[in-house]
Design a protein around this ligand. Structure first.
Ligand code: PLP
Length: 387
């Protein structure tokens, strides 16, 4: 049996895969079974921050792999502590809990937010406000926190204590807060899976002010927007706010699974011995990879992300067949007159691997995608959109 047949026979049917088997890659180039080259502008859904088989990342990972691959969190290990220090130094956050995925990073944030409130106020001050159109993960609790009806079928009963506010509507948020016993608000500054919806600056400032006044924790889900993606190390930095808890995953490990939940001065003491844990979380190999990624996200790289972003926005904004372009940095959604999925399938045929998000073509290339490859990918995507 070939790989597609094996997969269809033996893998649970949760993915509608594109009709291609990728074998290897280098940088922003992917190669299939026949040796055909594709320019990767999806980055494994914002995961391969420095592309495929990046030498510095590989070196850091392999070195750690050959030294110590795992100990459990019963012991101290070097890469995890160093990564936490670097994240705190670069963000101003104070403490980090490591897990293995975005959903787990959010689970940790949800637990911590409830414990913060329970420690301080007791009782049932445990409702978390999420936004309509949001996506926070696939576990039962993070699905419960996800503001899309589509995900609220078939899997009930869900975790209680989540309510949903209209994005970019501060009056609706105030209303919901006055009617519920809230401990936290969770937001994506750019809704990724929800279709590249960017939150307004005024709305986010008002939200930040409101959360401080009411001592309701502000959780920024930066699983997709984090780690240099938007031209700042974390997207909240574009908004001049300080969330109480920041979660991230995807691009953090550069291709290995690692999630992080970061706490500020107000929340750093909430989790204590026994209140949370993970067997694999902050695994030395994943943490060593993540350390090499975060070390290299500097001002030069971020400026480059901004330049590439401007280039993409300029190319698509007034292009034929394009209705709108949204996003920040290298997290971009292109609303097309044609069906987005059809566009992406045609692009794949012509050697460009892009993504969709709702009705948009979504681009999440490696932060260091070479300009010539980016230009070539943009040319092909425009061609498909226009014809
Ligand atoms: C992808 C994503 C998640 C879930 O991450 P997993 O690693 O798949 O569990 C959560 N929140 C946001 C904003 C995401 O984009």
């Amino acid at each position: 049996m070939n790989i597609k047949e094996l997969d269809n026979n033996y893998i649970a049917n949760t993915y509608q895969r594109f009709d291609v088997v990728f074998i290897h890659g280098k940088g922003s180039a992917l190669f299939d079974e026949s040796g055909k080259k594709y320019i990767d502008v999806g980055g494994g859904i914002a995961v391969n921050s420095f592309g495929i088989a990046d030498e510095k990342w590989e070196e850091a990972v392999i070195k750690q792999l050959k030294t110590l691959q795992h100990t459990s969190n019963l012991y101290y290990t070097q890469p995890q502590s160093k990564l936490a220090e670097l994240l705190c130094k670069k963000t101003g956050m104070k403490k980090v809990f490591f897990s293995n995925s975005g959903a787990e990073a959010n689970e940790c944030a949800i637990k911590a937010a409830r414990k913060y409130s329970s420690d301080k106020y007791g009782g049932d001050r445990n409702v978390i406000v999420s936004l309509k159109g949001s996506f926070h993960g696939r576990t039962i609790t993070t699905l419960s926190a996800t503001g899309q009806e589509l995900f609220h079928k078939d899997f009930g009963p869900f975790t209680q204590g989540f309510v949903f506010a209209e994005a970019n509507d501060i009056a609706d948020m105030k209303n919901i807060i006055s009617e519920n016993n809230c401990c936290a608000i969770i937001i994506e500054l750019i809704q990724g899976e929800g279709g590249l919806n960017v939150l307004d600056k005024e709305y986010v400032s008002a939200l930040s002010k409101l959360s401080k006044e009411k001592d309701i924790l502000l959780i920024a889900d930066e699983v997709q927007t984090g780690n240099g993606r938007t031209g700042r190390l974390y997207c909240y930095m574009n908004y001049n706010i300080e969330p109480d808890i920041v979660t991230t995953a995807k691009g953090l490990g550069g291709g290995l699974p690692i999630g992080a939940t970061m706490f500020n001065a107000k929340t750093k003491g909430v989790l204590n011995a026994g209140s949370h844990g993970s067997t694999f979380g902050g695994n030395p190999v994943c943490a060593a990879g993540a350390l090499s990624i975060i070390e290299r996200i500097d001002d030069t790289l971020l400026l480059d992300v901004v330049k590439k972003s401007e280039y993409i926005f300029n190319e698509f904004t007034s292009a034929k067949g394009v209705k709108s372009v949204s996003g920040i940095g290298l997290m971009i959604g292109i609303e097309t007159e044609k069906d987005a999925k059809e566009v992406v399938i045609k692009c794949l045929d012509r050697g460009v691997a892009a993504l969709t998000a709702k009705n948009k073509v979504r681009l999440l290339p490696a932060l260091n995608i070479p300009f010539d490859e980016l230009k070539e990918a943009v040319r092909i995507i425009k061609e498909v959109i226009e014809e």
